[in-house]
Design a protein around this ligand. Sequence first.
Ligand code: AMP
Ligand code: MG
Length: 495
Amino acid sequence: MANPAGLPFDNSYIKLPERFYARLAPTPVAAPRLVKLNRALAFQLGLDPEVLASPEGVEMLAGNLVAPGSEPIALAYAGHQFGNFVPQLGDGRAILLGEVIDRGGQRRDIQLKGSGRTPFSRGGDGRAAVGPVLREYIVSEAMAALNIPTTRSLAAVTTGEPIWRDGELPGAVLTRVASSHIRVGTFQFFAARGDSEALRLLADHVIARHYPEARDSDQPYRVLFERVIARQASLVAKWLLVGFIHGVMNTDNCSIAGETIDYGPCAFMDAYNPETVFSSIDQQGRYAYAHQPSIAHWNLARFGETLLPLLAEDSDAALAIANEVLPSFRGHYVEALIGGLRAKLGLTTEQEEDAELAQAFLNALTDGQADFTLAFRRLGDAAVDPAADATVRSLFESKPEAFDAWAVRWRQRLEAEPMDGAARKAAMDAVNPVYIPRNHRVEAALTAAAEREDYAPFEELLTVLAKPYEARPEFAAYEEPPPPDQRVYRTFCGT
Ligand code: AMP
Ligand code: MG
């Protein structure tokens, strides 16, 4: 029989032992309707968008039809949630349909999220509401366009079934694509059970799939730890450089492949303040913007603990290795952050005092309650023409003079590396986005879709965010921070 959804599945995770997952099909829904298909991503994956958009394709994206070659499973994992260990979480509302090899030769997971209950659902209904599904779609695709490693969104389907949260909401299913869905929490699941055999199988699977360079080392698990640390350090630096706040950096939401995963109450900052927290469930501010590097480090320490039985036979020796490797996080992180800040400030050479110059700018942003994204973007204009200083200055609403003193230092520093102004601006514009998924825009798009079935604002927002570095006059309004009455102070998981 021909594969109706045209998906050339090539599944590897299912070859791991049965205790790694539960086999089950998604739960069918009443009336699936495709509300968004990511045709460009479908193409990258080697899939035919027309087939995915066909009635059979939509049935598959809704979980009503299991395509040939798909071997649906819910993955087992554990995790620290807000610091507390939960020995069993797992895919409570997600099902991995299978894996495909994309046009670049990379293995990618294709997963449905919101596809019904699984043995890991605990008290949950296994479903997702259309708002959070579209939020994940928008923000994950925006992250990809910002060149930040992330899971992707292939499709969104509404189910025609209501779900119950604080009230009745339209249900939806997201098709998520990831390099893999293996998390720190996956390792923790087996470590908590003292299952060293499973740990070794999992680590070998991860090495083969994500870190093949580790295989040639005489200490492959040490190299694995080093590489995961390096990718997470680079990832979190990239988040900070665009003002992104993940919101739920639990170890079960920390990808071993180093991708941003699980978009819940995530948000981008408007006015810069390092203590910013949006998530309604993060009452202690554990996952505040500026805490993200130290939380990533903490999560990686938990990962290192799970690797101990693999690092050396002797437990003291294993601990010594883990303790030797873990501190490398800081070096990778600082290098990625400072390198990124230099580029954002238009610097092409390295000087000792650059970190201090960058920090002084951030401090001025805080004092001035300036918009993070616009301040960096407009600085590019000031690099060509000092007359544009006035525009940058005006962003520092509560303390414009904080910018003046800093601008003098910045110009002195620029003199140390002569460069054509237009070229410098072009380099800055390539790293300082003009469009980010501002919360008020995201909220407006979700409300229109969920309450009025009006997908036009969602579509337009996606169009804007697909080219975040390219200013387009017709979308000038999307550059703007929210007016006071549209500011979003709290975001919700919607789970
Ligand atoms: P999250 O906060 O989305 O990362 O989810 C944490 C855990 O709760 C994971 O094990 C999820 O699978 C599970 N979960 C979240 N929402 C639901 C739901 N509606 N039904 C069942 N399980 C869920
Ligand atoms: Mg999660």
